[in-house]
Design a binder for this molecule. Sequence first.
Ligand code: AMP
Ligand code: MN
Ligand code: MN
Length: 326
Amino acid sequence: MIESTPRVGSAAEIAAELRRRDAFVMVSHVKPDGDTLGAGLALGLALKKLGKRVHYFQQDPVPRNLRFLPDSQFVSRDLPPDLPDDALFVFCDMSDMGRAGDYLPPLARENVLDVDHHLGNALFGAYNFVLPHECSTGTVVMHLLRELGAEVDRDIATCVLTTIMTDTGGFMHSNTTPEVLELSADLMRRGANKEEITEEIFLNKRVAATRLLGRIVDEMQFGHDGRYCYSHVDDAMLGETGADGEDTEDTVNTLRGQDGVEVAALFKAYDGEIRVSLRSNGRVNVQAAAKRLGGGGHFRASGLTWNGALADGIAAVERALVAEGL
Ligand code: AMP
Ligand code: MN
Ligand code: MN
C-alpha cells in the first residue's frame, strides 16, 4: 500500500517487502563513495543468497579505489531489458532521488525503497528506511539483514565495514560510537579485511592526486579570523597535475584540518559543473548551510551543486555559512 504521508517503515515492514519481491535494482548516487556503493552491494549480496535477482545501477563508473568490493564488477549504468515491472529500486545513501543522476527510467513510487542515514531525507519512496543516527547507510542495511536472518559472510562484512570506514573517516569522525566499533569488530571476525579497506580507501594515492592536493593547498584562502578555509579545483589544475575528479574526493578534509579552521569548503569546478564540499568541526551546521543552496548532507559534512560562476558560488556559500553561525 502506498502511504499518503511518507513515513519511515520498521525493519520488519521493509524486510517483509524485500521478501515479497523477486527482483531488485540497487541504486547508488553520482560520484559514488564507499557508503552508497558498499551499502547497495551488501544488501544485494544478501538478497542474492535468498535466491533473488539483483542488479546494481550507478550512473558513474566504479571509482578505482572501490573496485576491490565484491560484486562491484556487475555495477552498470544500463538496466536489463527484461526487468520485471515490480522490480524494487533500492536507493542507498541519498537524501533525494535526484542524487542518482539522469539515467534511470521514470519509476512508479511503489517500486522505490529509500535506505539512508541523511538528515532531512525527503522520504521519496513508497518505502523508506531512514535512520539518521546511524553512521553509514551500510549500518542501516545491517538492521535489514538481521531482520531477514541473512548470514553476514566475508563479502557482506567487507562491504559493510567499507561503508563504516568511509563515513567515519577511518573511525576518526564523531559518529564513531562504541556500538560502531563493536559492530566493526564483529565484521572483522566474519572476515572483513580492515587492512585492505584502509589501504584502498585511505592510504593508496596516485602521485597525481598528491600533486593536485599540493595545488589545492597553494590556493587556500582563509577568512573569519582563520576559522574558515576554502579552495578550489578546476580543469586547468587537473590538467597540470594529471589528476582527475576521483583524486579530489577527500582533500576537503585537509582544509578542515588546518589549525584553527572550523569550516572548510572545496569548490570543484570541472566536468562542466561546480560541486561544493563542506566540512565542519561540529560548531557550524554545514547541512543547514548546504540546504540553503539546494544541497544537503550531514551536520559536519555536506555538499551542493552551484549553478553559476565560481566567484558568485564562493560568495553565496560564505553567506550561507555566516547565516548558520560562521
Ligand atoms: P561530499 O563532500 O561530496 O563528500 O559530500 C558530503 C555529504 O554531502 C554527503 O553526505 C553527500 O551525500 C552530501 N551531498 C553532497 N553533494 C550533495 C548535493 N548536491 N545534494 C545533496 N547532498 C549532497
Ligand atoms: Mn555518500
Ligand atoms: Mn553515507
